[in-house]
Design a binder for this molecule. Structure first.
Ligand code: ARG
Length: 592
């Protein structure tokens, strides 16, 4: 099914060509003067230079031609106005037909333009053994949405959590564990039996071990050196430490899966930096052979600067002088793995913007070395910081790093209180509903901002049922659900041949016009990796729906065909809203 702007452009294109103007001038956009028209074509202005004519004359030619053609029926108005715009309004009949086609088509007429393409989305990025905190939240929320959007458009989307599971935190944990439990067999050099299957710690102990170790390493140089040594041995395959590492991974992953699950975030791959290690010796060798990597002050580096750069970019360090591989090395190894296994036609990485330089370096090396084809897009979607109301990075009341679980508890609690204010449901239902609304509040609060910008986490605003918020969208869906169930209770059923009739009020027409923007909203938001465009679309859709609702007697409409048509139209609205929130990664409750 074609997008509405393309339908209109195609309808007026023959008029352009019949008058001797190139058909490409028949481009149509949404009107920027909604008081005057719904759509506009500025082609006559653009054509004026080429044809050395006044724009208004060209516009008038084209309009006259349309007036005399069968396409005229598509419009309730098409006029040429000074200095040369063509102002357009759709006919109510045509618009109703468009609604009926959307209603009939799978996915409301969206085309699966991504068929046959594989895209890797690298998001989440949790660090094993460190608790998930709000800093990881944005990556998970944005990435999940990008993955769902792409999948809906037919792309083979592969979401990879890319765990930080290979760094110094592992050595720190090992040495801290030795301090606490020196008698464990992993620390006994004479041990040669198998290592226990059971982990020597629980998740809560593990969560305590890492911060303690990290604090100790800042005070105790000796401890830090031991942790570095332990990391080095682990990375070189020392079996007792590998055994501890496997325990850390198991315990931590179970917890991470639970936490991401609570956020409605899932991954196809649970890979991490450790999976890249097998590629690293070959990678280094290859970069040397290709003459890209060279020694500099003991380290191995690749120059990535280009003449066209506006600022000076430092070389990418592949190996430190002590022989250790780095974050960038892991990412390059991971790319080799992904190319070998999935040959993606696009990469999307989602991290905060402090990693900008890192990804410029990694992408450039990957392309220079020919690991990734020159024309394969590698996108780094950088997001800003989530700030508190004081404008500084979000913290707990005590000034510490807020854990994700605590944050969700706070939001759900606040929503619960709000629901209980005008208590109409059981406590149990209120709890469940609060969880659904809380998640929507959190995700929408994040996704409705352009990702690259910092935003303020304002709980009061996020959970409000009014304004550009998740709960407002849910409230609109729930309102439609309740009209539909009252319709059913009144004995109403939709006849199979029911159709959406032409709009009889501005409110109804505006609702239809907004619905026509659905396909564009979904496509653009994926193409531009910009989920906020979906938010904008559903916010406007909710608004026009609520205006329509306030000005229309839906269930009391006496004309049966018209009532049926309203029911179909609001069902379509609900379907589109539900589809869009699913793409954002949340759902609506039955009641609220
Ligand atoms: N673990 C990293 C961090 O917490 C994020 C990983 C992002 N993905 C990647 N391929 N580098 O900063």
């Amino acid at each position: 099914m074609k997008k509405i702007l393309d339908c209109i452009a195609q309808a007026i294109m023959p008029a352009f060509t019949a008058c001797g103007y190139d058909g490409s001038y028949a481009r149509v956009t949404l009107s920027n003067r909604p008081d005057l028209c719904e759509y506009q074509c500025n082609g006559a202005m653009a054509a004026a230079k080429t044809y050395k004519k006044k724009p208004i004359d060209i516009a008038a030619d084209v309009v006259k031609q349309v007036e005399e053609s069968p396409q005229r029926e598509m419009f309730s108005q098409i006029t040429a106005v000074m200095p040369g715009f063509i102002n357009i309004r759709l006919s109510e009949e045509y618009l109703a037909e468009y609604m009926n086609s959307m209603d009939r088509e799978p996915k409301y007429g969206l085309e699966e333009t991504g068929k046959g393409e594989t895209v890797i989305v690298d998001y989440g990025g949790a660090n094993v053994a460190k608790p998930l905190h709000v800093g990881h939240l944005r990556s998970a929320i944005i990435g999940e949405s990008i993955k769902r959007l792409g999948r809906f458009l037919g792309y083979n989307m592969i979401g990879d959590v890319h765990l930080g599971d290979w760094g110094l935190q592992m050595g720190l944990i090992i040495e801290e564990l030795r301090e606490r439990k020196p008698d464990l067999p992993y620390f006994d050099d004479s041990w040669n039996g198998p290592y226990p299957d059971e982990a020597p710690f629980t998740i809560s102990e593990l969560e305590d071990i890492y911060p303690a170790a990290s604090a100790r390493s800042k005070e105790d140089e000796d401890f830090k050196a031991r942790a570095q040594e332990a990391t080095f041995r682990l990375q070189n395959g020392y079996e007792p430490f590998r055994a501890i590492w496997r325990h850390i991974m198991n315990v931590s992953l179970t917890d991470l899966k639970k936490n991401y699950g609570n956020l409605g975030v899932t991954f196809d791959l649970w890979k991490g930096e450790s999976d890249a290690q097998e590629y690293i010796p070959g990678l280094i060798e290859d970069l040397r052979k290709k003459g890209l990597a060279y020694e500099s002050q003991g380290a191995l580096v690749v120059d990535i600067a280009k003449e066209t750069d506006s600022k000076e970019l430092p070389p990418c360090i592949i190996r430190k002088s002590d022989g250790a591989a780095l974050y960038a090395t892991s990412d390059l190894g991971t790319i080799l793995d992904r190319e070998k296994k999935y040959a993606p036609s696009r990469y999307v990485y989602i991290t905060d913007k402090r990693q900008e330089l890192h990804f410029i370096q990694v992408f450039r090396v990957a392309k220079m070395a020919g690991y990734v084809k020159e024309d394969t897009p590698m996108v780094h979607l950088m997001f800003g910081t989530m700030n508190g109301r004081d404008g500084k990075p979000f913290k707990t009341r005590e000034g510490g790093v807020m854990r994700l679980e605590s944050l969700m508890e706070e939001i759900n609690g606040a929503v619960y209180d709000r629901i209980m204010e005008n208590r109409t449901v059981s406590c149990e239902e209120a709890r469940k509903t609060a969880g659904i609304i809380g998640l929507a509040a959190l995700k929408y609060g994040d996704l409705s901002n352009q990702a690259s910008k910092d935003y303020v986490f304002d709980m009061e605003r996020f959970i409000s049922f009014e304004g550009n918020t998740g709960p407002y969208i849910l409230y609109t869906i729930v309102r439609i659900k309740s009209i539909l169930s009252r319709y059913n209770e009144m004995g109403g059923t939709l006849p199979p041949d029911a159709t959406i009739l032409k709009a009889v009020s501005d409110g109804e027409k505006n609702l239809m016009l907004q619905l026509t923007k659905y396909r564009e909203a979904v496509e653009n938001s994926f193409a531009e990796t910009a989920p906020h465009k979906i938010c904008q679309f559903i916010y406007e859709l909710s608004d026009v729906f609520n205006k329509f609702y306030n000005s229309t007697m839906i269930l009391k409409e006496e004309n049966q065909d018209r009532r049926t048509s309203y029911i179909k139209l609001i069902t379509l609205t609900k379907g589109v809203l539900e589809t869009c929130i699913d793409l954002l990664g949340f759902e609506a409750p039955e009641r609220m």
